[in-house]
Design a protein around this ligand. Structure first.
Ligand code: HEC
Length: 140
């Protein structure tokens, strides 16, 4: 009985080691960078875009009463993946208030590395085919 339990414990341990190392190599991203991206996103962006980037507004594609676009989800279910890394970084850095949107600018608060970590965390949530299309766009 004891031996059986030990074998069981060993299997659980092996699974958790394998699980962690797979998570660590997710699309080649450093786990630490993804953690930073998630932390910064949840602290700065979640109020409008949702804790897991799932969005906070159901009809996000419809303009609101003030004629502005609500914040879209950024988890791969909307169209953030239509924009290259550079374009996403530009939107986050500058916001959209100068182009009649309502997203604040982040360049005074977040460094380029921090913005990069957020973008990579977001893309790590996207399904494989969406992520693959996004990679193609980045080559153009
Ligand atoms: C006050 C609400 C608000 C906060 C906070 C906010 N956003 Fe936004 N965001 C918006 C809105 C609204 C839009 C839609 C664009 C517009 O204004 O027309 C948007 C659009 C975007 C887009 C473009 C998505 C697309 O599909 O084109 C990205 C990327 C983005 N936000 C990332 C972020 C990140 C990263 C943060 C945190 C650093 C953040 N946002 C914080 C409101 C917000």
């Amino acid at each position: 009985m004891k031996a059986l339990f030990q074998r069981f414990a060993l299997i659980i341990l092996l699974f958790s080691v394998i699980g962690t190392s797979l998570a660590g190599t997710h699309r080649g991203y450093e786990p630490k960078m993804l953690e930073t991206g998630k932390f910064l996103f949840q602290g700065n962006c979640a109020a409008c875009h949702g804790m897991n980037a799932e969005g906070t507004v159901k009809n996000w594609h419809k303009k609101n009463e003030s004629g502005k676009h609500p914040p879209p989800p950024l988890n791969g279910t909307a169209h953030a993946w239509h924009h290259s890394f550079k374009a996403l970084a530009h939107t986050i850095r500058n916001g959209t208030q100068s182009i009649e949107g309502s997203m604040p600018s982040w360049k005074a608060k977040l460094s380029d590395e921090e913005i990069g970590a957020i973008i990579f965390w977001l893309t790590s949530l996207w399904p494989d085919e969406i992520y693959a299309s996004w990679l193609e766009r980045n080559k153009q």
